[in-house]
Design a protein. Structure first.
Length: 69
């Protein structure tokens, strides 16, 4: 969870690549952490990587993460 939180801090400060690295590490450590998949999806979307973002969003949904409309 710490990597996910740190990734959010990086994301909010505009350090998208560092955020993605941290979200990825959070997922590696806890592959059922849907929030990390959702957060990585938003970071990837910010970089215009829509297909990758969509895959992460689908994984987050599959894990039961509530996705805002």
């Amino acid at each position: 969870m710490a990597y996910n939180n740190q990734g959010s801090t990086y994301h909010e400060s505009g350090q998208i690549y560092k955020a993605i690295d941290d979200y990825t590490e959070a997922i590696r450590l806890n592959p059922i952490l849907g929030e990390a998949f959702y957060n990585r999806a938003t970071a990837l979307a910010a970089l215009g990587k829509i297909a990758e973002a969509r895959q992460n969003l689908q994984q987050a949904e599959a894990l039961g993460t509530s996705i805002p409309n």
